[in-house]
Design a protein around this ligand. Structure first.
Ligand code: UN1
Length: 498
């Protein structure tokens, strides 16, 4: 019943049963409530409302749009504890990480507020006398955000905070597994809108539902930007549909992130970084560390220490302090993990851990011992992203070999090297080094700050969200040439006299 109080503090009075998405907590399988769904047939009307909002919002000065996002950041600060707890309850990550996720939302709001006064274009030197050229960034239109269960609110905020200051209304299709946190965000957003005063209606619409709702959104001609986070399989479908109508995709798909541990690495730091990035969020971040590429000279020192750390990592109810690993999201995730471990064994791998945990205490939830799998080579299963805490261990002799292994997977999200040798560090970051969108030195592959552009190459989808100039993905670029002379010279010196 305690969760009822939490939900009502967040403005969610939901039926306990009936039609809709019925949500169960991955912590213990307890029912949390039923979220209303938007039928796919209503998406054209949703998109038309977003278009009407766009027609008003695009003419509001960007710094004023930033004021709405500033208020959203304030409301999120007030709601941080409650929303962080709901993230834990609905998704299953530990409370510290639930709070971290809300902090990530606050951070991107702050970033976007500053950005609202810095949507800078360019002035360009014209080759013609008496001419001025410039490049301006204009609002683009409604932005669809399709988000995944593992970061149920932060990834929405990365997109929404930027889209809103860029002048674009947002239509949010959350994961079917996490509709409640999305509804809570909508309430929080509504409070910011009420304080703002004169915002157009429908700047944010949440559409809960299944695959058909996402498909209708992706197909909508009124939605020029589709930002989707999730599996490569889903992203491929979205990419094709979006390309068909020449809309703009922002895709953040699978990762298969590696760490190279070089002979000069600080192993104390490496162990801590490995444990956080491989078992944190129970291996369910797109940035989770999945492959450890260790130099042969440090392998025998590192592995026993790592196994000892794994053996003592507290697994349990993610709401309890001290617990570091919560449950997997559902039985499907557990089954997928077991299948991957079986395949790894069949490929010659040696598995430590990986079994079900706490089944007596939580028969309707899916806790696991994180797994370390020593592999004879980078087989197909290692090249595949399994969304669970499985760390494959490979060995190398030369840095070239390590970088080649790190790059020889279909995904290209995040990567890192632990080394104190500047030659190795810079080689890893060079054009011939890591092929990922994110490359770190002496930091694990997960836990990026919002100030940098987030995303990756190859099957990760190529999109960039969050910081740096990712905002350009939410605006259209216009090149304007103004002739303030009394002549009409043509570019390239072409003569065309009439
Ligand atoms: C994701 O898993 O989809 O870098 C996002 C990180 C977080 C974001 C992860 N800041 O691990």
């Amino acid at each position: 019943m305690q969760h009822r109080d939490l939900l009502s503090r967040l403005g969610l009075e939901l039926p306990a049963d009936g039609a809709g998405l019925s949500v169960r907590s991955p912590i213990d399988g307890a029912a949390l409530g039923v979220a209303p769904v938007t039928p796919a047939s209503e998406i054209p009307e949703v998109a038309a409302r977003a278009q009407r909002a766009f027609e008003a919002w695009r003419s509001v000065p960007a710094p004023r749009r930033g004021e709405l996002v500033r208020l959203l950041g304030e409301e999120l600060r007030d709601a941080k504890e409650d929303l962080g707890r709901l993230v834990t309850l609905e998704m299953g990550k530990i409370f510290q990480e639930g709070l971290g996720e809300v902090q990530e939302m606050i951070d991107i709001c702050d970033f976007a507020v500053g950005l609202s006064r810095q949507l800078y274009g360019l002035t360009i030197a014209s080759e013609r006398p008496g001419h001025a050229m410039r490049e301006t960034w204009h609002p683009m239109g409604p932005c669809a955000v399709i988000s995944a269960f593992n970061f149920p609110v932060a990834v929405w905020a990365w997109n929404a905070a930027l889209a809103l200051v860029c002048g674009d209304p947002v239509i949010w299709k959350p994961s079917e597994k996490t509709p409640l946190t999305a509804l809570a965000c909508q309430r929080i957003f509504e409070r910011a809108v009420a304080r703002f005063g004169d915002a157009p209606a429908d700047l944010l619409q949440v559409v809960n539902g299944g695959r058909d709702v996402g498909e209708a959104l992706v197909a909508s001609p009124l939605v020029p930007i589709v930002s989707a986070t999730g599996s490569t399989r889903m992203g491929r479908e979205v990419a094709l549909k979006v390309a068909e109508r020449f809309a703009r995709p922002i895709l953040e798909l699978g990762g298969n992130n590696a760490m190279i541990v070089a002979p000069s690495a600080d192993l104390d730091m490496a162990v801590r970084a490995i444990v956080f990035s491989a078992v944190g969020t129970c291996g369910q971040r797109c940035t989770t560390l999945r492959r450890l590429i260790v130099h042969k000279d440090v392998r025998d020192t590192l592995l026993p220490r790592l196994k000892a750390a794994y053996a003592s990592v507290p697994i349990g109810n993610p709401l309890e302090s001290g617990v570091l690993v919560g449950p997997l999201n559902d039985k499907g995730a557990f089954d997928g993990m077991q299948r991957a471990l079986e395949q790894a064994k069949a490929d010659g791998g040696t598995v430590t851990g990986g079994g079900r945990a706490l089944a007596d205490q939580y028969p309707d939830a899916w806790y696991v011992q994180p797994a370390i799998v020593e592999m004879p080579g980078q087989t197909d299963i290692v090249r595949h992203e399994t969304f669970a805490p499985i760390l494959y261990v490979l060995t190398y002799e030369t840095l070239e070999e390590a970088i080649a292994l790190q790059n020889a997977v279909p995904q290209g999200l995040s990567s890192c090297i632990f080394t104190t040798d500047i030659r190795e560090a810079e080689s890893f970051l060079s054009a011939a080094g890591s092929d990922c969108g994110i490359a770190n030195v002496n930091i694990g592959p997960s836990g990026a700050e919002i100030g940098g552009a987030f995303g990756g190459e190859k099957e990760t989808g190529g999109g960039r969200e969050s910081g740096s100039d990712a905002w350009k993905g939410y605006m259209r670029r216009q090149t304007a040439t103004v002739n303030y002379s009394r002549a009409l010279p043509l570019a390239q010196g072409i003569k065309f006299e009439i």
